[in-house]
Design a protein around this ligand. Structure first.
Ligand SMILES: Nc1nc2c(ncn2[C@@H]2O[C@H](COP(=O)(O)OP(=O)(O)OP(=O)(O)O)[C@@H](O)[C@H]2O)c(=O)[nH]1
Ligand SMILES: [Mg+2]
Length: 695
């Protein structure tokens, strides 16, 4: 593998809404660059990028694929990212290590909710963007309408640098604004084309856009602006130098037109990337923390190496494959690097550059480059590896919190360990997937970004870790409490066999304010009960609170007063008072108008205007209470409280209510008394044998 210096690298993520044509676009780039001889296809599952079984089966991208090719002497490190928001962690990781973003929009579908999300994330990383309007060979596409929609959303700075001349089926001709040429592409997937000078109306159209390009280029640079006015325009040379700066500053956002299915329009896009798009030298300094957590800057020209691991794939026996970008120095096979998060040293084994699953060895990668390394011992996604001489930590990606949950029900016993190691490995690969084994509910709950995400995770668990389970609705952690005072006098007496047991506990209980927990007190007077038994009674009460009394859920918000009792000089002992304490509490509890509490969540829902009615109607059918409404970025934002029970699979419901355009977040808020009939159901359910329980 040739070594590339930072100036010759182009690191970019291809991002966008689902099915925009990102994978086909990356396939076209590989074909143009000569990496592949023929375009693969999504239908046949033969693209370089969508190489996993799950991707081929579903015909969508699920994980970000790293690809590379050479164009105009530059190495393109392409990260083809999935469009489904279920797999947003992949796009986030890809953008984190990119120098600019290629945002693909499907000309037939327009801007999708995914387009808005990735745009926001790319802006968050301060990345310049190139828009690719793809699918211009489809029926009923209208370039002018698409452009108007894109400008309405992303601003008038969006400037087409190629215009389709025959959009629709058979599309193969573009007007190239830079060169004022009509470019006619072959539609056989080779990406080859012929050029002819534009004339007539087309020439005028190209000239008008060229003028806009000159103006926005001049605007980004004061010296150029002066020349622009002094000379009434800019020379071709000045323009070319200025375009790069203008792109960097996003004085204009270039838009290219393509039909990636047939490799039309892609070569010109690649020319732009090679000549004008950002290299690691445009963002030469990265912020990091040093060993004392003080902010420092790492420069691409520093000699001490540092790299960030932005993605990990677990390969079972073969170990993990860590994807990284070098931020300073160079990374070589055999080098020892320090993992600043794990505080351990790693030996860099084999370095590979990838094209999907195909690997090519590289002895060394220079600052700015992207590659992978196998079998690191203890390095995880988000970790920084650096020189032992200069310890640094690069910022991690912040991932959105999961908002859909399922519980695992194992089909056979004894597989808990396999499941546990499988879950840990999958979380390592994908930090937006989380899991926890809930000791209270005796369930392992997995949480992700959408139903599809959890399905894919479940498939990986089954296939890779050979475990069998069903996904079921997670149990809800209800709570038990009381609404009135209660009291009891409980005598525990056992005189069978050897030593007897005797204890009598008198107890009063009363409700406490919400969220104040259980409080045990004693107000014993006189010598009826020896004080050494107070902790025994408390232990018994705590056990009862943990087990629950009316439906098996934890007791909360009760004040207990152990105020009197009786004992026996020989038969009274710790265990006797524990039992009496527990039973006394159970009796008092049942007498004190017990009730169930259910967890309530605050949800924040972002939806387009036209979905408002449906979403609000659905919320009220879920016992939701609207807290407020607001609007931002063209979306309506609804805040509401909804019981946890009603939020099961809400992410999926919301998608179907909004045609995929709605998203929500959820946070636990508080516990609240639940409606009588629902409470009765939960209590009845708790009496059933485990296999019949729906809770
Ligand atoms: N007609 C036509 N079809 C296209 C074009 N680009 C992609 N397709 C088809 O559209 C579908 C989606 O293309 P992909 O390349 O998988 O889209 P993607 O953006 O990678 O999709 P995800 O990664 O799953 O979000 C596939 O069936 C492609 O064959 C195009 O320019 N024209
Ligand atoms: Mg794809």
């Amino acid at each position: 593998m040739k070594n590339y210096q930072a100036a010759d690298l182009r690191n970019f993520a291809i991002v966008g809404h689902a099915s925009a044509g990102k994978t086909m676009l990356s396939e076209c780039m590989l074909a143009c660059g000569g990496v592949i001889n023929r375009l693969g296809s999504i239908a046949n599952g033969t693209t370089v990028s969508d190489y996993t079984v799950a991707e081929k089966d579903r015909k969508i991208s699920i994980s970000a694929a790293l690809l590379h090719t050479e164009w105009l002497g530059k190495k393109f490190n392409i990260i083809d990212s999935p469009g489904y928001l279920d797999f947003i962690s992949e796009s986030l990781g890809a953008l984190r290590v990119s120098d600019f973003a290629v945002v693909v929009i499907n000309a037939a579908h327009g801007i999708g909710v995914g387009t808005g999300q990735v745009w926001k994330y790319a802006t968050g990383y301060n990345l310049p963007k190139i828009i690719v309007l793809n699918g211009l060979d489809k029926e009923h596409v209208n370039f002018e309408e698409s452009l108007a929609q894109i400008r309405a959303r992303f601003g008038d700075r969006v400037l087409p640098l190629s215009l389709p001349l025959n959009a629709g089926p058979g599309f193969n001709q573009l007007l190239d604004v830079f060169r004022s040429e009509v470019v006619t592409y072959q539609t056989d997937g080779t990406g080859k084309f012929t050029e002819a000078a534009a004339s007539g109306a087309q020439k005028d159209q190209a000239a008008a856009l060229h003028q806009q390009l000159i103006e926005s280029t001049a605007e980004s640079d004061d010296a150029l602006l002066e020349k622009f006015f002094a000379q009434d325009g800019l020379s071709e040379e000045e323009l070319r130098a200025g375009v790069h700066t203008a792109f960097e500053k996003q004085s204009f956002i270039p838009l290219f037109c393509t039909a990636a299915e047939n490799n039309v329009g892609v070569a010109r896009l690649m020319d732009f990337i090679g000549k004008y798009a950002s290299s690691p030298l445009d963002r030469p300094k990265a912020k990091a923390l040093d060993a004392n957590d003080e902010e420092v800057e790492i420069s691409v020209s520093d000699s001490e190496p540092s790299l960030l691991v932005f993605k990990t794939i677990s390969e079972g026996q073969a170990g993990d494959l860590s994807y990284f970008r070098v931020y300073s120095g160079k990374v070589e096979v055999g080098m020892d690097l320090y993992n600043s998060a794990r505080k351990s040293t790693e030996r860099i084994g084999q370095i590979y550059v990838l094209n999907g699953k195909n690997r090519e060895s590289a002895g060394l990668l220079a600052a700015g480059d992207i590659g992978t390394v196998v079998k690191l011992k203890d390095t995880h996604t988000g970790n920084t590896l650096c020189s032992g001489k200069k310890h640094v930590t690069l910022p991690k990606v912040t991932y959105p919190r999961p908002n859909i949950h399922q519980a695992l029900r194992l089909k056979s016993k004894g597989e808990e360990d396999k499941i546990a190691s499988g879950l840990a490995a999958l979380h390592e690969e994908d930090p937006t997937f989380i899991y926890h084994a809930d000791p209270e509910l005796h369930q392992t709950v997995i949480s992700g970004q959408g139903d599809l995400h959890l399905q894919v995770i479940a498939e990986r668990l089954r296939r890779r870790f050979k475990v069998d389970f069903d996904l079921v609705e997670p149990r809800v952690p209800y709570r038990e409490t009381i609404k009135a005072r209660g009291e009891s006098k409980y005598r525990h007496k056992k005189q069978t066999g050897g030593a007897g047991q005797f204890a009598e506990v008198w107890m009063r209980i009363e409700p406490k304010p919400r969220d104040t927990g259980v409080e045990f007190t004693e107000s014993l007077v006189g010598q009826n009960v020896d004080r050494v038994f107070v902790p025994s009674v408390e232990k018994g009460v705590n056990a009862a609170c943990k087990e629950g009394i009316i439906a098996g859920y934890r007791v909360v918000d009760v004040l207990i007063d152990f105020y009197d009792g009786k004992m026996h000089p020989v038969d009274s002992k710790d265990i006797a008072f524990q039992i009496a304490g527990k039973e006394a509490f159970r009796e008092a509890f049942k007498a004190a108008r017990p009730c169930l509490l259910e967890p309530i969540y605050t949800v924040e829902i972002r939806i387009p205007d036209d979905c408002m009615g449906n979403v609000i109607g659905d919320l009220s059918s879920r016992r939701g209470k609207i807290l407020g409404m607001d609007s931002a970025d063209g979306y309506q934002i609804v805040k509401a409280t909804v019981p946890q029970k009603e939020l099961y699979q809400y992410a999926t419901v919301l998608r179907s209510l909004t045609a995929g355009r709605g998203i929500h977040t959820e946070d636990f808020s508080h516990y609240e008394e639940m409606p009588r009939e629902m409470e009765a159901k939960v209590i009845a359910d708790s009496k059933k044998p485990p296999e019949e329980k729906t809770q």
